[in-house]
Design a protein around this ligand. Structure first.
Ligand code: 57M
Length: 359
Protein backbone atom coordinates (compact mmCIF):
# COMPACT_ATOMS: atom_id res chain seq x y z
CA UNK A 1 0.00 0.00 0.00
CA UNK A 2 2.88 2.32 0.79
CA UNK A 3 4.22 1.60 -2.71
CA UNK A 4 0.86 2.45 -4.29
CA UNK A 5 0.27 5.53 -2.14
CA UNK A 6 3.72 7.11 -2.13
CA UNK A 7 5.54 6.06 -5.30
CA UNK A 8 3.13 7.97 -7.62
CA UNK A 9 4.09 11.15 -5.75
CA UNK A 10 7.71 10.84 -6.98
CA UNK A 11 6.97 13.30 -9.78
CA UNK A 12 6.57 16.10 -7.23
CA UNK A 13 8.73 14.70 -4.38
CA UNK A 14 11.75 13.07 -6.02
CA UNK A 15 12.80 11.31 -2.78
CA UNK A 16 9.75 9.06 -3.18
CA UNK A 17 11.49 7.43 -6.12
CA UNK A 18 13.05 5.17 -3.53
CA UNK A 19 9.75 3.27 -3.18
CA UNK A 20 10.26 1.92 -6.68
CA UNK A 21 13.22 -0.18 -5.59
CA UNK A 22 12.57 -3.76 -4.61
CA UNK A 23 15.71 -3.79 -2.42
CA UNK A 24 14.45 -0.82 -0.37
CA UNK A 25 10.97 -2.26 0.02
CA UNK A 26 12.38 -5.70 0.95
CA UNK A 27 14.45 -4.18 3.76
CA UNK A 28 11.47 -2.24 5.10
CA UNK A 29 9.10 -5.21 4.78
CA UNK A 30 11.59 -7.15 6.86
CA UNK A 31 11.88 -4.43 9.51
CA UNK A 32 8.09 -3.94 9.61
CA UNK A 33 7.44 -7.65 10.15
CA UNK A 34 10.16 -7.83 12.79
CA UNK A 35 8.76 -4.84 14.70
CA UNK A 36 5.20 -6.27 14.58
CA UNK A 37 6.36 -9.61 16.02
CA UNK A 38 8.68 -8.05 18.54
CA UNK A 39 6.16 -5.58 19.99
CA UNK A 40 2.99 -7.66 19.68
CA UNK A 41 4.74 -10.85 20.84
CA UNK A 42 4.24 -10.40 24.60
CA UNK A 43 0.56 -9.49 24.11
CA UNK A 44 -0.10 -12.45 21.80
CA UNK A 45 1.65 -14.84 24.21
CA UNK A 46 -0.48 -13.50 27.08
CA UNK A 47 -3.67 -13.95 25.04
CA UNK A 48 -2.72 -17.50 24.04
CA UNK A 49 -2.10 -18.30 27.71
CA UNK A 50 -5.53 -16.88 28.63
CA UNK A 51 -7.14 -19.00 25.90
CA UNK A 52 -5.34 -21.96 27.52
CA UNK A 53 -3.58 -22.81 24.30
CA UNK A 54 -0.92 -24.59 26.36
CA UNK A 55 1.06 -27.38 24.76
CA UNK A 56 0.26 -30.91 25.87
CA UNK A 57 3.57 -32.82 26.08
CA UNK A 58 3.64 -36.47 25.04
CA UNK A 59 4.90 -38.82 27.69
CA UNK A 60 6.68 -41.08 25.20
CA UNK A 61 9.02 -38.24 24.18
CA UNK A 62 12.39 -37.23 25.63
CA UNK A 63 12.07 -36.49 29.35
CA UNK A 64 13.66 -33.07 28.90
CA UNK A 65 10.41 -32.02 27.20
CA UNK A 66 8.17 -32.61 30.24
CA UNK A 67 9.10 -29.21 31.66
CA UNK A 68 7.77 -27.57 28.50
CA UNK A 69 4.22 -28.52 29.43
CA UNK A 70 1.89 -25.52 29.32
CA UNK A 71 4.06 -23.44 26.98
CA UNK A 72 1.57 -21.58 24.77
CA UNK A 73 1.45 -22.71 21.16
CA UNK A 74 -0.17 -21.26 17.98
CA UNK A 75 2.39 -18.43 17.91
CA UNK A 76 2.26 -18.89 14.13
CA UNK A 77 -0.72 -16.52 14.04
CA UNK A 78 1.70 -13.74 14.96
CA UNK A 79 4.14 -14.72 12.20
CA UNK A 80 1.41 -14.93 9.55
CA UNK A 81 -0.13 -11.63 10.68
CA UNK A 82 3.24 -9.89 10.50
CA UNK A 83 4.14 -11.34 7.07
CA UNK A 84 0.75 -10.47 5.59
CA UNK A 85 0.73 -6.92 7.02
CA UNK A 86 4.32 -6.19 5.91
CA UNK A 87 3.69 -7.61 2.43
CA UNK A 88 0.48 -5.63 1.99
CA UNK A 89 2.33 -2.48 3.07
CA UNK A 90 5.47 -2.80 0.95
CA UNK A 91 4.78 -5.03 -2.07
CA UNK A 92 3.40 -4.11 -5.45
CA UNK A 93 -0.15 -5.42 -5.07
CA UNK A 94 -0.73 -5.72 -8.80
CA UNK A 95 1.77 -8.59 -8.82
CA UNK A 96 0.28 -12.05 -9.43
CA UNK A 97 2.97 -13.95 -7.47
CA UNK A 98 2.47 -11.85 -4.36
CA UNK A 99 -1.19 -12.86 -4.20
CA UNK A 100 -0.40 -16.55 -4.71
CA UNK A 101 2.17 -16.35 -1.88
CA UNK A 102 -0.41 -14.66 0.38
CA UNK A 103 -3.02 -17.27 -0.53
CA UNK A 104 -0.60 -20.06 0.40
CA UNK A 105 0.49 -18.62 3.74
CA UNK A 106 -3.05 -17.73 4.82
CA UNK A 107 -4.63 -20.91 3.39
CA UNK A 108 -2.18 -23.37 4.93
CA UNK A 109 -2.17 -21.27 8.10
CA UNK A 110 -5.93 -21.72 8.30
CA UNK A 111 -5.62 -25.52 7.98
CA UNK A 112 -2.98 -25.52 10.74
CA UNK A 113 -5.11 -23.17 12.83
CA UNK A 114 -8.12 -25.50 12.58
CA UNK A 115 -5.93 -28.42 13.65
CA UNK A 116 -4.41 -26.53 16.60
CA UNK A 117 -7.74 -25.05 17.64
CA UNK A 118 -9.48 -28.42 17.75
CA UNK A 119 -6.60 -29.91 19.69
CA UNK A 120 -5.62 -27.10 22.04
CA UNK A 121 -8.84 -25.17 22.66
CA UNK A 122 -11.50 -27.82 22.00
CA UNK A 123 -9.18 -30.49 23.48
CA UNK A 124 -9.96 -32.98 20.69
CA UNK A 125 -7.03 -35.38 21.01
CA UNK A 126 -6.11 -35.70 17.33
CA UNK A 127 -6.98 -32.21 15.99
CA UNK A 128 -8.07 -32.43 12.36
CA UNK A 129 -6.86 -35.99 11.81
CA UNK A 130 -4.03 -36.86 9.42
CA UNK A 131 -6.27 -37.71 6.45
CA UNK A 132 -8.47 -34.63 6.68
CA UNK A 133 -5.38 -32.47 7.02
CA UNK A 134 -3.67 -34.06 4.02
CA UNK A 135 -6.80 -33.73 1.89
CA UNK A 136 -7.18 -30.03 2.68
CA UNK A 137 -3.49 -29.42 1.98
CA UNK A 138 -3.77 -31.22 -1.37
CA UNK A 139 -6.85 -29.23 -2.40
CA UNK A 140 -5.16 -25.93 -1.63
CA UNK A 141 -1.92 -26.93 -3.37
CA UNK A 142 -3.95 -28.00 -6.42
CA UNK A 143 -5.51 -24.53 -6.57
CA UNK A 144 -2.00 -23.05 -6.56
CA UNK A 145 -0.81 -25.46 -9.25
CA UNK A 146 -3.77 -24.54 -11.47
CA UNK A 147 -3.11 -20.82 -10.89
CA UNK A 148 0.52 -21.20 -11.97
CA UNK A 149 -0.37 -23.42 -14.92
CA UNK A 150 -2.95 -21.00 -16.26
CA UNK A 151 -0.77 -17.91 -15.79
CA UNK A 152 0.44 -16.84 -19.23
CA UNK A 153 4.02 -15.90 -18.20
CA UNK A 154 4.65 -19.01 -16.12
CA UNK A 155 6.82 -21.77 -17.59
CA UNK A 156 6.11 -25.40 -16.74
CA UNK A 157 9.79 -26.26 -17.20
CA UNK A 158 11.67 -27.40 -14.13
CA UNK A 159 15.15 -26.09 -13.35
CA UNK A 160 17.67 -28.82 -12.58
CA UNK A 161 20.52 -27.49 -10.39
CA UNK A 162 24.01 -27.59 -11.93
CA UNK A 163 22.61 -28.54 -15.38
CA UNK A 164 21.56 -25.41 -17.22
CA UNK A 165 20.63 -27.25 -20.40
CA UNK A 166 18.35 -29.74 -18.71
CA UNK A 167 14.93 -28.23 -18.14
CA UNK A 168 12.22 -30.87 -18.51
CA UNK A 169 8.82 -29.46 -19.44
CA UNK A 170 6.16 -31.10 -17.28
CA UNK A 171 3.15 -29.52 -19.03
CA UNK A 172 0.01 -30.08 -16.94
CA UNK A 173 2.10 -32.44 -14.79
CA UNK A 174 3.47 -29.24 -13.25
CA UNK A 175 0.22 -29.07 -11.23
CA UNK A 176 1.04 -32.44 -9.63
CA UNK A 177 4.61 -31.30 -9.12
CA UNK A 178 3.35 -28.18 -7.31
CA UNK A 179 1.27 -30.36 -4.99
CA UNK A 180 4.31 -32.52 -4.22
CA UNK A 181 6.57 -29.55 -3.46
CA UNK A 182 4.09 -27.44 -1.47
CA UNK A 183 2.49 -30.22 0.59
CA UNK A 184 5.86 -31.94 1.07
CA UNK A 185 7.53 -28.76 2.29
CA UNK A 186 4.72 -27.93 4.70
CA UNK A 187 4.84 -31.39 6.30
CA UNK A 188 8.64 -31.43 6.43
CA UNK A 189 8.65 -28.21 8.48
CA UNK A 190 5.90 -29.60 10.68
CA UNK A 191 8.05 -32.64 11.52
CA UNK A 192 11.11 -30.51 12.21
CA UNK A 193 9.29 -28.18 14.60
CA UNK A 194 10.13 -30.13 17.74
CA UNK A 195 12.82 -28.11 19.55
CA UNK A 196 12.99 -24.42 20.48
CA UNK A 197 13.92 -22.39 17.41
CA UNK A 198 14.72 -25.54 15.42
CA UNK A 199 12.23 -24.84 12.63
CA UNK A 200 12.20 -21.04 12.56
CA UNK A 201 16.02 -20.69 12.36
CA UNK A 202 16.39 -22.71 9.13
CA UNK A 203 13.17 -21.12 7.80
CA UNK A 204 14.79 -17.69 8.12
CA UNK A 205 17.85 -19.03 6.29
CA UNK A 206 15.69 -20.51 3.49
CA UNK A 207 13.69 -17.27 3.13
CA UNK A 208 16.89 -15.19 2.98
CA UNK A 209 18.38 -17.51 0.33
CA UNK A 210 15.25 -17.40 -1.83
CA UNK A 211 15.17 -13.61 -1.38
CA UNK A 212 18.41 -13.55 -3.40
CA UNK A 213 17.08 -16.02 -5.98
CA UNK A 214 13.84 -14.05 -6.39
CA UNK A 215 15.72 -10.80 -6.86
CA UNK A 216 18.10 -12.09 -9.53
CA UNK A 217 15.40 -14.11 -11.33
CA UNK A 218 13.26 -10.99 -11.70
CA UNK A 219 16.16 -8.77 -12.81
CA UNK A 220 16.83 -8.89 -16.56
CA UNK A 221 20.54 -8.06 -16.32
CA UNK A 222 21.42 -10.26 -13.32
CA UNK A 223 19.46 -13.17 -14.78
CA UNK A 224 21.29 -12.79 -18.07
CA UNK A 225 24.68 -12.49 -16.37
CA UNK A 226 24.06 -15.55 -14.15
CA UNK A 227 22.48 -17.47 -17.04
CA UNK A 228 19.29 -18.23 -15.17
CA UNK A 229 15.78 -17.96 -16.60
CA UNK A 230 14.45 -14.43 -16.26
CA UNK A 231 10.85 -14.40 -15.03
CA UNK A 232 9.14 -10.99 -15.15
CA UNK A 233 7.58 -9.95 -11.84
CA UNK A 234 9.29 -12.56 -9.68
CA UNK A 235 11.61 -9.94 -8.12
CA UNK A 236 8.62 -8.72 -6.11
CA UNK A 237 8.67 -12.03 -4.20
CA UNK A 238 11.83 -10.80 -2.44
CA UNK A 239 9.56 -8.40 -0.55
CA UNK A 240 7.55 -11.39 0.70
CA UNK A 241 10.78 -13.27 1.54
CA UNK A 242 12.02 -10.20 3.41
CA UNK A 243 8.79 -10.14 5.42
CA UNK A 244 9.31 -13.83 6.26
CA UNK A 245 12.87 -13.15 7.44
CA UNK A 246 11.76 -10.23 9.64
CA UNK A 247 8.76 -12.05 11.11
CA UNK A 248 10.93 -15.13 11.67
CA UNK A 249 13.53 -13.13 13.59
CA UNK A 250 10.81 -11.44 15.66
CA UNK A 251 9.28 -14.83 16.51
CA UNK A 252 12.67 -16.36 17.27
CA UNK A 253 13.10 -13.70 19.96
CA UNK A 254 10.38 -15.50 21.92
CA UNK A 255 10.88 -19.03 20.57
CA UNK A 256 14.61 -19.08 21.44
CA UNK A 257 15.55 -21.64 24.12
CA UNK A 258 13.86 -21.78 26.61
CA UNK A 259 10.83 -20.97 24.44
CA UNK A 260 8.02 -18.72 25.69
CA UNK A 261 5.84 -19.82 22.75
CA UNK A 262 5.71 -22.49 20.02
CA UNK A 263 4.50 -21.75 16.49
CA UNK A 264 1.98 -24.63 16.35
CA UNK A 265 0.71 -26.23 13.14
CA UNK A 266 -0.67 -22.83 12.18
CA UNK A 267 2.95 -21.67 11.87
CA UNK A 268 4.69 -24.80 10.62
CA UNK A 269 2.19 -25.62 7.84
CA UNK A 270 1.97 -21.98 6.69
CA UNK A 271 5.72 -21.40 6.63
CA UNK A 272 6.61 -24.75 5.08
CA UNK A 273 4.09 -24.36 2.27
CA UNK A 274 5.25 -20.77 1.64
CA UNK A 275 8.78 -22.10 1.27
CA UNK A 276 7.51 -24.59 -1.34
CA UNK A 277 5.52 -21.92 -3.20
CA UNK A 278 8.51 -19.57 -3.29
CA UNK A 279 10.73 -22.34 -4.72
CA UNK A 280 8.15 -22.84 -7.49
CA UNK A 281 7.70 -19.13 -8.20
CA UNK A 282 11.44 -18.47 -8.44
CA UNK A 283 11.83 -21.54 -10.68
CA UNK A 284 14.36 -23.04 -8.28
CA UNK A 285 12.06 -25.92 -7.40
CA UNK A 286 14.48 -28.84 -7.06
CA UNK A 287 17.06 -26.67 -5.34
CA UNK A 288 14.68 -26.54 -2.36
CA UNK A 289 15.94 -30.02 -1.47
CA UNK A 290 19.33 -28.39 -0.85
CA UNK A 291 18.28 -24.97 0.50
CA UNK A 292 15.85 -26.63 2.89
CA UNK A 293 18.11 -29.67 3.26
CA UNK A 294 17.74 -29.76 7.02
CA UNK A 295 13.98 -30.30 6.68
CA UNK A 296 14.68 -33.04 4.12
CA UNK A 297 17.12 -34.79 6.48
CA UNK A 298 14.55 -34.68 9.31
CA UNK A 299 11.83 -36.07 7.03
CA UNK A 300 14.07 -38.84 5.70
CA UNK A 301 14.94 -39.83 9.26
CA UNK A 302 11.21 -40.35 9.90
CA UNK A 303 10.66 -42.27 6.64
CA UNK A 304 13.61 -44.61 7.30
CA UNK A 305 12.77 -45.04 10.97
CA UNK A 306 9.09 -45.83 10.36
CA UNK A 307 9.91 -48.10 7.39
CA UNK A 308 12.57 -50.03 9.32
CA UNK A 309 10.35 -50.16 12.42
CA UNK A 310 7.54 -51.77 10.41
CA UNK A 311 9.77 -54.15 8.43
CA UNK A 312 11.59 -55.43 11.49
CA UNK A 313 8.55 -55.42 13.81
CA UNK A 314 9.85 -52.85 16.25
CA UNK A 315 13.58 -52.35 15.66
CA UNK A 316 14.94 -48.84 15.16
CA UNK A 317 17.72 -47.08 13.21
CA UNK A 318 17.69 -44.01 15.43
CA UNK A 319 17.00 -43.82 19.14
CA UNK A 320 13.93 -41.81 18.11
CA UNK A 321 12.75 -40.00 14.97
CA UNK A 322 12.70 -37.19 13.84
CA UNK A 323 16.49 -36.93 14.04
CA UNK A 324 16.61 -34.14 16.65
CA UNK A 325 15.14 -36.55 19.23
CA UNK A 326 17.96 -39.01 18.48
CA UNK A 327 20.61 -36.50 19.51
CA UNK A 328 18.63 -35.39 22.55
CA UNK A 329 18.43 -38.99 23.70
CA UNK A 330 22.17 -39.35 23.11
CA UNK A 331 22.52 -36.68 25.79
CA UNK A 332 23.24 -33.56 23.72
CA UNK A 333 21.75 -30.52 25.49
CA UNK A 334 18.83 -29.05 23.52
CA UNK A 335 20.58 -25.76 22.58
CA UNK A 336 23.52 -27.73 21.17
CA UNK A 337 21.25 -29.76 18.88
CA UNK A 338 19.47 -26.60 17.76
CA UNK A 339 22.56 -24.52 17.01
CA UNK A 340 24.32 -27.41 15.25
CA UNK A 341 21.25 -27.97 13.07
CA UNK A 342 21.26 -24.23 12.23
CA UNK A 343 24.93 -24.51 11.24
CA UNK A 344 24.05 -27.34 8.86
CA UNK A 345 21.19 -25.28 7.42
CA UNK A 346 23.53 -22.30 6.78
CA UNK A 347 26.14 -24.51 5.11
CA UNK A 348 23.48 -26.05 2.84
CA UNK A 349 22.14 -22.61 1.90
CA UNK A 350 25.65 -21.50 0.94
CA UNK A 351 26.10 -24.54 -1.29
CA UNK A 352 22.71 -23.77 -2.86
CA UNK A 353 23.74 -20.15 -3.52
CA UNK A 354 26.90 -21.37 -5.19
CA UNK A 355 24.75 -23.01 -7.88
CA UNK A 356 24.22 -19.50 -9.24
CA UNK A 357 27.80 -19.77 -10.46
CA UNK A 358 28.09 -23.53 -10.94
CA UNK A 359 26.10 -24.48 -13.98
C1 57M B 1 4.37 -32.70 15.22
N1 57M B 1 5.12 -31.84 17.23
C2 57M B 1 6.04 -31.73 18.26
C3 57M B 1 4.31 -27.46 18.80
C4 57M B 1 4.83 -27.17 17.44
C5 57M B 1 5.43 -40.08 12.15
C6 57M B 1 5.96 -39.32 13.34
C7 57M B 1 7.43 -39.26 13.30
C8 57M B 1 5.28 -37.95 13.44
C9 57M B 1 5.81 -37.07 14.51
C10 57M B 1 4.87 -35.91 14.66
O1 57M B 1 3.78 -36.04 15.14
N2 57M B 1 5.35 -34.76 14.19
C11 57M B 1 4.57 -33.56 14.00
C12 57M B 1 5.57 -32.53 16.06
C13 57M B 1 5.49 -30.86 19.44
O2 57M B 1 5.40 -29.50 18.98
C14 57M B 1 4.12 -28.97 18.73
O3 57M B 1 3.75 -29.22 17.38
C15 57M B 1 3.92 -28.03 16.63
C16 57M B 1 4.45 -28.32 15.25
N3 57M B 1 3.50 -29.09 14.56
O4 57M B 1 4.77 -25.82 17.13
O5 57M B 1 3.10 -26.83 19.00
C17 57M B 1 6.48 -30.88 20.61
O6 57M B 1 7.77 -30.45 20.16
C18 57M B 1 8.41 -29.70 21.19
N4 57M B 1 8.70 -28.33 20.69
C19 57M B 1 9.68 -27.61 21.33
N5 57M B 1 9.96 -26.34 20.90
C20 57M B 1 9.31 -25.77 19.83
O7 57M B 1 9.63 -24.60 19.45
O8 57M B 1 10.29 -28.09 22.27
C21 57M B 1 8.03 -27.79 19.62
C22 57M B 1 8.32 -26.52 19.17
C23 57M B 1 6.14 -29.94 21.72
C24 57M B 1 7.47 -29.68 22.38
O9 57M B 1 7.81 -30.74 23.21
O10 57M B 1 5.20 -30.56 22.54
C25 57M B 1 6.37 -33.13 18.75
O11 57M B 1 7.58 -33.49 18.69
O12 57M B 1 5.45 -33.81 19.17
N6 57M B 1 5.96 -37.78 15.73
C26 57M B 1 6.98 -37.56 16.55
O13 57M B 1 7.74 -36.64 16.39
C27 57M B 1 7.15 -38.60 17.62
N7 57M B 1 8.07 -39.58 17.08
C28 57M B 1 7.86 -40.91 17.09
O14 57M B 1 6.84 -41.38 17.53
N8 57M B 1 8.88 -41.66 16.59
C29 57M B 1 8.88 -43.10 16.55
C30 57M B 1 8.71 -43.58 15.07
C31 57M B 1 8.73 -45.08 15.00
C32 57M B 1 7.47 -42.98 14.47
C33 57M B 1 10.24 -43.58 17.02
O15 57M B 1 11.25 -43.01 16.56
O16 57M B 1 10.28 -44.47 17.85
C34 57M B 1 7.78 -38.06 18.87
N9 57M B 1 7.29 -36.86 19.34
C35 57M B 1 7.20 -36.60 20.65
N10 57M B 1 7.38 -37.50 21.52
N11 57M B 1 6.86 -35.39 21.10
C36 57M B 1 7.70 -39.19 19.87
C37 57M B 1 7.74 -38.79 21.23
Amino acid sequence: MIYHLLYPLHTSISAFNVFRYITFRTIYASLTAFIICFFLGPWVIKRLRQMQVGQFIREDGPETHYKKSGTPTMGGVLIIGAVVAATLLWANLTNFYIWVALLVIVGFGTIGFADDYLMQVKKRSKGLGAREKFLLQTILATVCGVLFYSHADFSTQVTVPFLKNMQPDLGWGYILFTILVVVGASNAVNLTDGLDGLAIGPLIIVAATYMVFAYVTGHVKFAQYLQINYVAGVGEISVFCGALVGAGLGFLWFNAYPAQVFMGDVGSLALGSSMGAIAIITKQEILLVLVGGLFVIETLSVIFQVGYFKLTHGRRIFKMAPLHHHFELKGWPEPKVIVRFWIIAIALALVALSTLKLR
